[in-house]
Design a protein around this ligand. Structure first.
Ligand code: ASP
Length: 330
């Protein structure tokens, strides 16, 4: 029997239009509606019973916590119904990994949730959107995708939302999990899983968006030669309740940055150390050393994902040890 899948559209390049078929760089994102996206792939109807909802119509650079909360709450309502078997979210690729990880921590269902986008606009000579969307629906209606957390699927691959990142600004094989790898592939109409993320997600998290109307402000500070305490101080003045520091190497920092961040941590603001390096662990031992026991290590989360976990952590606690525990679990 065919499954019931809901496609929640938010815009992005997958819904984008350019003036000519060979133009893949200059185009307007978020033009096609969810109905137009679905109508472009008649074979979708053979896969599943599909309904569409337009949640937003934006370039994903304009994604916001307000839309995240709307999306998470809508998905939770839909998946609580026995009439809905899975969700596909169409999304711009630029911030897709952030929305996917936010949903991975806040969706309260084991049913499949798959984020999908495209690197080429819908008007391109050979757009990647239709096949990507077809595969995303295929994945969302599959038994194999159940209980695996929120997934990201483009270019015939299946990725964990915790580990995936956009690695290339333009190419179609942009979405990868550096070093840790894909969860699997979609081949000839079937998903094949080869591995899983070991971290807690969806029904096993402690985060609950039911009554949340806003997330605490958390800013990212980028480490570089000659970086100093000006930007962290500005973030705190703007109301940041937490900072993520994208450090050099294993979360490293200049002495000036270190002095600034230690003073900020002393004032009760959570400081998480991530890295500007594209893969690897920011280790507890290194962070304990230069943070004098006052900083939190991001583990393998990149800065933009560490920011999401810190935002959600701060909805529960400001206790440093508790937040560090969460970074070890999610
Ligand atoms: N260039 C983006 C994309 O690939 C636009 C966006 O993120 O909305 O979808």
């Amino acid at each position: 029997m065919k499954k019931n899948i809901v496609v929640l559209a938010t815009g992005g390049t997958i819904a984008g239009k350019a003036d000519t078929p060979n133009e893949t760089g200059m185009y307007q994102a978020a033009v096609l509606t969810v109905e137009e996206l679905l109508d472009a792939i008649p074979r979708l109807k053979e896969l599943a019973n599909i309904t569409g909802e337009q949640i937003a119509q934006i370039d994903s650079a304009n994604m916001s916590q307000t839309i995240w909360l709307t999306l998470a709450k809508r998905i939770n309502t839909l998946l609580a119904s026995p009439q809905v078997d899975g969700i596909v979210v169409t999304h711009g690729t630029d911030t897709m990994e952030e929305t996917a990880y936010f949903l991975n921590l806040t969706v309260k269902s084991a049913k499949p949730v798959v984020l999908v986008g495209a690197m080429r606009p819908a008007t391109a000579m050979s757009p990647d959107g239709p096949m990507n969307l077809y595969n995303a629906v295929l994945l969302a209606q599959s038994q194999e995708a159940t209980g695996k957390g929120v997934l990201v699927s483009l270019n015939d691959t299946i990725n964990s939302s915790r580990e995936v990142t956009k690695t290339n600004t333009a190419l179609q094989d942009s979405f990868k999990a550096p070093e840790l790898g894909y969860l699997g592939y979609i081949q000839s109409g079937r998903p094949y899983f080869y591995r899983l993320s070991t971290r807690k997600h969806t029904v096993k998290t402690e985060f609950d968006v039911t009554d949340l109307t806003a997330l605490p402000r958390v800013d990212i500070i980028y480490g570089h030669v000659d970086s100093d305490g000006v930007l962290p101080a500005a973030a705190v003045a703007a109301g940041a309740q937490g900072l993520v520091y994208a450090g050099v190497g294993n979360g490293g920092m200049s002495q000036t940055m270190r002095d600034a961040l230690l003073a900020i941590a002393d004032s009760g603001i959570a400081v998480v150390c991530s890295t500007r390096v594209s893969s690897g662990v920011v280790t507890l031992s290194a962070v304990a050393g230069y943070g004098c026991g006052k900083f939190i290590a991001a583990d393998t989360l990149n800065p933009q994902k560490a920011r999401i976990l810190l935002c959600l952590a701060l909805t529960k606690t400001h206790n440093q040890a508790e937040i560090q525990r969460m970074f070890g679990e999610y």
